[in-house]
Structure formats: structure tokens, C-alpha cells
Design a protein around this ligand. Structure first.
Ligand code: AGP
Length: 578
């Protein structure tokens, strides 16, 4: 969702904030702003638009001062406009705050403040925060007032605030159901919604926990639990290179991340799964919860667990609370790249007393703290909003849990071979860029990959797309297959192929355009375009061979249509609202 950054130290804060916002932009990109204290005065610059465009138009980095906050927005309350952009401030412009999350009791609090003649200049819930802090500060010191402010907010928040009237220069932080991480420097401190924003300056981080309030000065930090007592939180160190969060010569993060898969897959398959595997062995009933792309990896996991004789089902996390009745005999497995997806965290709350396993890419994320065991994807930071390498890593963890490591050793080579098809896929993309609809079909264990291909495609090309097990077309969707309508068929040679081949013929008979990913000569003959997967491939690896061309296809259609695949409209990388 929104991206937050804060800095206090000796550097020019406006530069640190602007650089951090660029690295956080994947979290939201409809408006952006910074506030820096310069000679005890707040200088605030903000507007609608992307970081590059707004920061250069408003000359962010000309602002002097060594303490400040920044924010990149993904609108929840209030339209996209300058007034609604963060940072928000009080009327006297002495208190400023940035916020990620949703304040649910906004009407009540705003009513109370308006009665006291506070005037609001935006439609956001977030603007409550500086005014409420001002009101609370009338009767108590700033830190206590900030703690009371946080306690009065219902809903979710990550907040960074500061006051120019504060005697000791400091940043005030609070988190509840929205990530906020402290970056520990020497003679300087940082905070941000996510680690990549701080990577150029430090590798040591302290993720705040639910309900924590923290104070950052140039020289260190203090963390308090909701009852006001000081607490220790675990420091983590990451070995990610700051370059990993850069494009490294590729035109987009998404393309870089697709190509990165060759390397990171080896890190993933080295990940320790032993405790998770032991836990899985102990349970007969296993619920898998996840959203979006991660849900597709979850579908494969549930399918493979069922094949092993478990009672397993994958649930869309946001619906889990309405349809599932987990109990002590259920093991819950949550898959989430970010580890912060609100729907997944809600599903885990619904899982109650059940034991829980988290599969995530994000060290120290909330999902790891509410689970009994964690398996890390080790994919490195993923910046493109469309998940690519983390999906492949999720598939690899799922496969390792079921088959063990040895069968996965050819993966890096296989992915490399599929990436060599890029030029051919570019050509196919030209045939698809002008289409209005696309359909993805597969059978059996490859159905989740058809769903994933379709999601990736619609997400970044804005072309309507749907996915089905091939047999389902004739139960309705075939009415939409007319001359030239593209159907992407995932058709590796396996026991389901004869049936899928029948479905492909049904499409051809109606003039549909068939794009296949296959190792079968007959399927190739029926296809308008075909991408070949290697002969003699272990069927356990088919999902990996199939997904890479689909990622490249979505990417190239997106680029041909002039869309920025890293920042598709209306979407954000980490969805921290339900
Ligand atoms: C994937 O391309 C999407 N951006 C989205 O579906 C994503 O997978 C979903 O929001 C879940 O995120 P998570 O893995 O961080 O929980």
C-alpha cells in the first residue's frame, strides 16, 4: 500500500527521502510528498503523480534540513489530489505526519476535533493524526500525546510524525497492522515501510511489532509497548545488496526479476524446510491460505498434498473466515511474498489455535511472527508489482516440500532455457497486443499456472483475461471464442494431454487463435504460435517451464501497449488493507 520513509541524521534529509521514495514507489504511486524541518520550520512539498515527476517538478532535493518524512500514496480514503497527498499537518504547521493504513473511527474523531474548531484541508482519514496529536499535546508531553493518539485510532496504521516544537529532535513512530521498520545507522537513523528503501545506508533493521511506539533520535532508538513500558525488539541483518533493488541495466524491474529467476532459484531450493516438513507429516488436514499469485502457488500445494493422501484445500485468504472451520486438528499454511498482506493475516487470525506455517520472502514480516514455523523464499527484493521470481520461488518451496531437493536441481538450467525463448515470445506478443480478451487453459496440476498466466496478463496489459481447466470451456466460455480470440494452452505431454488436445481442437474449430506451450508435435501443429518446452522433462518441473513464457508474454504485451509493467494502474505491491 502506501510507502513511508523517515530520516534523522546529518545527511540532507530531502535527498535520503527522495531516494527512499523511489525505492518504495512499488507500494503505491498516485501521489507523493516530503516534509523536512529546516531552521525549525516545516517545508512541505507534495502533489499527485509519480515520484520522479513530482520530485523534479517541485525540486524536492533543494530543501535543506536533516530530519524529515516522506510518503508515496495508494489512495484508500479520498480521491487522488494534492490536498489528499501526504504528509499531513496541523494548521500551525508545527506537526506533520505520514500514515499507511485505514483509520476506521475517522468520523467520530473528526467530529470531535471539528467541534474544537480544528479545520481540515483534505478528505483523508490520515489528516486526523496531526490534529489529534496537537490536541493531545496540549495537556501532556509530546511522546505521551503521541502514544495516546495511536491508542485512539481504530483500524490499521504505520505512522511517522514529528513536531518542530519538540525540544529533542526526534521522529515518532507507531505501528498496528501495517509494517514499519527501523533502519539502524551510525549517527543517523531511518525508518520505512520496507527494507529496500534503506538498503543504500544500512543492513541492520528492527521491525516494529503490533502496537509498538518508537522514538528515533540521531543516536539511537527506543521502543515502547502499548502500556508505555520500554521493550527490546530483535535486530535483523540482511545480506541484500542495495543494487538488488535497482534495475541493473534492464528497462524494468519486472524484466530483471524474470531473468533473476535463474539465480535465485538456487537460493530458494537451499532454503531450510525441515521443521515445516515435519509439521506437515504430523497433520492429516491442511488448509492453505493466500491471495493473488501466492494463492496460485497455494493451489499447487493443496493439489500435491491431496495427491499424497492429505485432506487439503487452498483458500482465497479474504474468504477463509466465511467458509472454513479450522480447528486444532488443522494445520494452516499461509503463503505471502510480502508477509504483510492484511487478508492473509486475517485468515491466520481465523485459524485461531491451529498450528501455522508461513512461506514468505520477507524476513521479520508479520506473518512470520504469528506462525509456528517459517520457510523463506530467499528470492531477494521484488520491486515490480507483478510477482514473478517470488512465484517461481513459491513453486520451488512447494515442490521441495513434496518431492525433496534433488528433483529440483535442474531448475536453474531449465529456467535459463525458457528465458532463451524471449525473442520468439516478443513476436507472439505483437499478435496479442491488439486483442481485447484472452483465455488461458490447462489441465490437472498445471491449472494453477494457467490462473497465474491469466492474472499476470490482465494485471499489466489491461486486456481482459480468464483461466480455466480446459474441460470447462464447453460449459459456457466457448460462446466467447470467435475468429482470432486468443487461447493460451499449457499443454505439456502428460496424462491430461489427450483431453486438453480435444479442448484445443474445439477452440480451433471456432476460429480461435491458439498459443501453446508444449513439448508435443500434434499440439504444435494445431497452434498458431507455439513455445517449446524441453523433451524428457520431469513432469514435476512442468509448472516452472510453463510459467516463464507466460511472464515474458505478459511483460512484452504490456510494453508494446505503452504500459509501465512495474506500476500497473490501481494496484500496489503489498496490500495491507482488507
Ligand atoms: C501478483 O502479481 C499480484 N501483484 C498480487 O496478486 C499478489 O500476489 C497478492 O497481492 C498477494 O501478495 P503477497 O504474496 O504479498 O501476500
Amino acid at each position: 500500500m502506501c510507502g513511508i520513509i523517515g530520516y534523522i541524521g546529518l545527511r540532507k534529509a530531502s535527498e535520503v527521502l527522495t531516494e527512499g521514495l523511489k525505492r518504495l514507489e512499488y507500494r503505491g504511486y498516485d501521489s507523493v510528498g516530503i516534509a523536512v524541518v529546516n531552521n525549525r520550520q516545516l517545508e512541505i512539498k507534495k502533489d499527485r503523480g509519480m515520484v520522479d515527476e513530482v520530485s523534479s517538478a517541485l525540486q524536492f532535493t533543494t530543501v535543506e534540513g536533516n530530519i524529515g518524512v516522506g510518503h508515496t500514496r495508494w489512495a484508500t480514503n479520498g480521491v487522488v489530489c494534492r490536498e489528499n497527498a501526504h504528509p499531513h499537518f496541523n494548521e500551525k504547521k508545527t506537526i506533520v505526519a505520514v500514515h499507511n493504513g485505514v483509520v476506521e473511527n475517522v468520523s467520530e474523531l473528526r467530529g470531535m476535533l471539528e467541534e474544537k474548531e480544528y479545520r481540515f484541508s483534505s478528505d483523508t482519514d490520515s489528516e486526523i493524526i496531526p490534529h489529534l496529536l496537537e490536541e493531545n499535546h496540549k495537556t501532556q508531553p509530546l511522546l505521551q500525546a503521541f502514544m495516546e493518539t495511536a491508542a485512539q485510532l481504530k483500524g490499521s496504521y504505520a505512522i511517522v510524525a514529528l513536531s518542530t516544537e519538540d525540544t529533542g529532535e526526534r521522529l515518532l513512530l507507531a505501528r498496528k497492522n501495517s509494517p514499519l521498520i527501523i533502519g539502524v545507522g551510525r549517527g543517523e537513523m531511518f525508518c520505512a515501510s520496507d527494507i529496500p528503501a534503506m538498503l543504500p545506508y544500512t543492513k541492520t533493521f528492527v521491525p516494529l511489532e503490533e502496537g509498538d511506539v518508537a522514538v528515533l533520535t540521531r543516536h539511537g532508538y527506543k521502543i515502547f509497548s502499548p502500556d508505555g513500558s520500554e521493550v527490546e525488539r530483535r535486530q535483523i541483518t540482511v545480506d541484500w545488496d542495495a543494487e538488488l533493488a535497482q534495475k541493473g541495466g534492464y528497462p524494468h524491474f519486472m524484466l530483471k526479476e524474470i531473468f533473476d529467476q535463474r539465480h535465485f532459484i538456487n537460493e530458494t531450493i537451499a532454503s531450510d524446510i525441515s521443521s515445516a516438513r515435519q509439521l506437515i507429516d504430523e497433520y492429516e488436514k491442511i488448509d492453505v491460505v493466500a491471495c493473488g499469485t501466492s494463492y496460485h502457488a497455494g493451489m499447487l500445494l493443496a493439489y500435491l498434498l491431496s495427491e499424497k493422501g492429505k485432506i487439503s484445500q487452498a483458500y482465497i485468504a479474504s474468504d477463509y473466515q466465511f467458509i472454513a472451520k479450522p480447528g486444532k486438528k488443522t494445520l494452516a499454511i499461509a503463503i505471502s511474498q510480502s508477509g504483510e498482506t492484511a487478508d492473509v493475516l486475517q485468515a491466520l487470525r481465523h485459524a485461531g489455535d491451529s498450528r501455522k506455517i508461513a512461506i514468505t520472502n520477507t524476513v521479520g514480516s508479520t506473518i512470520t511472527r504469528v506462525s509456528d514455523e517459517t520457510v523463506y523464499l530467499n528470492s531477494g527484493p521484488e520491486i515490480g508489482v507483478a510477482a514473478t521470481k517470488t512465484f517461481t520461488s513459491q513453486l520451488a518451496i512447494v515442490s521441495k516440500l513434496i518431492y525433496g531437493k534433488q528433483r529440483l536441481e535442474p531448475l536453474s538450467g531449465l529456467i535459463g532455457k525458457m528465458l532463451e525463448k524471449e525473442n520468439q515470445i516478443k513476436e507472439i506478443a505483437t499478435g496479442l497486443a491488439g486483442k481485447e480478451h484472452a483465455f488461458f487453459i490447462a489441465r490437472g496440476m498445471n491449472v494453477p499456472i494457467a490462473y497465474e498466466g491469466s492474472l499476470k496478463f490482465k494485471e499489466i496489459t489491461y486486456i481482459h483475461s480468464e483461466a480455466y481447466p480446459g474441460g470447462e470451456l464447453k460449459h459456457g466460455t466457448l460462446s466467447l471464442i470467435t475468429e482470432g480470440v486468443p487461447v493460451i494452452a499449457l499443454a505439456p505431454r502428460d496424462k491430461a494431454l489427450p483431453k486438453l488436445f480435444g479442448n484445443i481442437k474445439e477452440v480451433k474449430a471456432r476460429g480461435g487463435m491458439v498459443v501453446s506451450v508444449t513439448n508435443d508435435g500434434e499440439v504444435e501443429k494445431e497452434s498458431d504460435y507455439s513455445v517449446r518446452i524441453p523433451e524428457g522433462l520431469d513432469p514435476a518441473l512442468y509448472p516452472f517451464a510453463l510459467v516463464v513464457p507466460l511472464q515474458l508474454l505478459a511483460y512484452h504485451v504490456s510494453v508494446l501497449k505503452g504500459i509501465n509493467p512495474d506500476k500497473p494502474r490501481n494496484l500496489a505491491k503489498s496490500v495491507t488493507v482488507e
